[in-house]
Design a protein around this ligand. Structure first.
Ligand code: HEC
Ligand code: HEC
Length: 463
């Protein structure tokens, strides 16, 4: 009896301390309200829940001991109680898919708007009979994005497995197409960058343009994508911390179950301070103390950047070690220079052959045989089968990050985060633009035309 009431008191304390952090509630009142609503409306489906990032848990366990290529045995894994604890902490900080929260005290309230989040989150509910999304009260994300990107933002919506490339898993917090990356460093995308992706879509992939949405709708969804990314990164940080705790053999006083936040103990508020420390390095790169990431300014292309001489200089650079483009994109630019590349989302689930130390395999960084680590258990927790990332075929003229010369300049000098495509910091501005000119000329070279190109009536044939 006594321990039950102690537990209740501790939970109450925790709620209070979380309120101090700025989190509005532990979700209890929300679920009560939902239950009432359901009683009235007769719905009996469970409220939407975020999925635990089990794939990351497996990856962390695996990396802690790469000599065991198969799954670690149950005794050395995070326990069910530890995983549940991480989920509870995460829910306290970020709420649920129907009722998002923002953890306070880390500068998020001024960076993301609760009002926008609530329009983007939740089930699809219309305010009126407006068939356009303009009448939407909530559920923008679930209506437009979740079938590909998943309710959790894990990139595992029901459509995902059929798409190539797979929809993005936001939880790693890495984004590809942005004007914030410079000087060899990857930054978080600015909201402007995300809006650009929503306006243009990602050509050559299934990611559509959302130009048809209104500006306020896009802006709400953007806040929600950032929220999902920060939530996902926090989850990863919590899993890392839980794992450190779990694999620490020394008996931590009063923490026999090795829980990150001991809800039913006086240590709860200390534990929570620790959690807050984990949040800061996740949040700061996004908020940049309020300004958000800043796009770099790319000076205008020098006159004559796309002249024949410039194209020729670009062609030479393409094959020189300074630019080294051919090593991946191939001698002819069709993307066959490197055939064993993977993106960061996939690398996480690749493993080594038994006996290989990490990184010492025949493929260098990505040691080992991918299929070896991708197995049944990963498939069951929703990890999609790994696919090779091909360097782009530059003869097709398909540029995912945009086909304006400035977009391509940014890809070459800023790189593409999450992929092996490097940001080249050695090139002079002029050389960078020459490479843009060369890349953009490739689709127009005679050899780029398909041999079976249709012959149009009256053109090229005379009978
Ligand atoms: C039909 C499937 C599909 C739908 C619907 C979809 N996406 Fe995507 N999205 C993708 C794919 C595929 C990618 C990955 C493209 C790549 O990696 O090159 C992607 C990537 C992204 C990215 C990453 C961009 C970057 O720079 O890395 C963002 C952000 C994004 N989507 C947001 C959204 C939002 C917001 C919605 C809803 C308004 C949405 N997507 C709807 C398929 C989809
Ligand atoms: C280490 C391998 C590697 C090197 C070196 C490399 N690339 Fe790439 N590049 C890639 C990969 C992989 C992609 C595809 C990324 C993706 O799918 O998101 C890519 C994509 C591209 C794209 C397409 C951008 C878009 O918006 O779709 C261009 C253009 C490009 N590279 C040009 C270059 C040029 C020019 C160089 C030399 C300065 C270069 N690359 C060097 C691997 C490389």
């Amino acid at each position: 009896m006594n321990s039950v009431s102690n537990k209740a008191i501790a939970k109450m304390k925790l709620r209070q301390s979380i309120k101090v952090m700025g989190v509005s509630a532990w979700g209890a009142s929300a679920s009560l309200l939902l239950a009432c609503l359901c009683m009235l409306t007769g719905c009996n489906s469970k409220p939407a829940a975020f999925q635990v990032n089990e794939a990351y848990i497996r990856a962390v366990e695996y990396k802690a001991d790469v000599t065991k290529p198969q799954m670690r045995d149950a005794s050395t894994r995070l326990s069910t109680a530890q995983i549940k604890n991480v989920s509870e902490v995460l829910e306290g900080l970020f709420g649920t898919p129907d009722k998002p929260n923002l953890p306070g005290g880390v500068g998020l309230e001024s960076f993301l708007s609760m009002r926008k989040l609530s329009v983007a989150a939740g089930p699809v509910i219309y305010t009126g009979d407006d068939q356009n999304s303009n009448g939407l009260e909530s559920g923008l994300y679930r209506r437009h994005c979740a079938h590909c990107h998943g309710v959790t933002g894990d990139g595992h919506g029901p459509t995902a497995q059929f798409l190539n490339p797979y929809p993005r898993d936001y939880r790693k917090g890495q984004f590809k197409f942005k004007l914030t990356d410079a000087d060899g460093a990857f930054k978080k995308p600015s909201k402007k960058d995300l809006n650009h992706v929503l306006m243009e879509g990602i050509p050559g992939t299934s990611m559509p343009s959302f130009r048809v949405l209104t500006e306020p709708e896009r802006s709400s969804i953007i806040d929600y994508v950032v929220y999902l990314a920060i939530r996902g990164q926090t989850e990863r940080a919590l899993i890392d911390a839980a794992y450190l705790l779990a694999s620490d053999n020394s008996e931590i006083p009063d923490n026999p179950n090795k829980l990150l936040v001991r809800f039913d103990s006086d240590e709860a508020s200390n534990d929570l301070d620790y959690v807050r420390e984990l949040l800061t390095p996740v949040v700061l790169p996004w908020t940049n103390n309020g300004t958000g990431s800043v796009q770099r300014t790319i000076e205008e292309a020098p006159a004559g950047w796309n002249s024949a001489e410039s194209v020729e200089r670009g062609r030479q650079l393409f094959f020189q070690s300074k630019a080294n483009c051919f090593s991946c994109h191939g001698q002819t630019g069709v993307g066959d220079g490197q055939t064993n590349l993977f993106d960061n989302w996939t690398v996480e689930h690749l493993g080594n052959k038994p006996g290989d130390a990490a990184g010492s395999g025949p493929d260098g960084e990505i040691a080992g045989i991918p299929e070896y680590f991708y197995h049944n258990e990963l498939a069951q927790i929703g990890v999609v089968p790994p696919r090779n990332l091909k360097p782009r075929n530059l003869r097709l003229g398909n540029y995912r990050g945009g086909r304006r010369p400035i977009d391509i300049y940014q890809r070459i000098t800023g790189g593409i985060e999450g992929t092996p495509m490097p940001g080249n910091t050695k090139l002079t501005q002029e050389e960078g633009w020459s490479l843009v000119a060369y890349v953009m000329s490739l689709p127009y070279e005679a050899v780029s035309r398909p041999k079976t190109a249709p012959v149009f009536q009256g053109v090229g044939t005379s009978k």
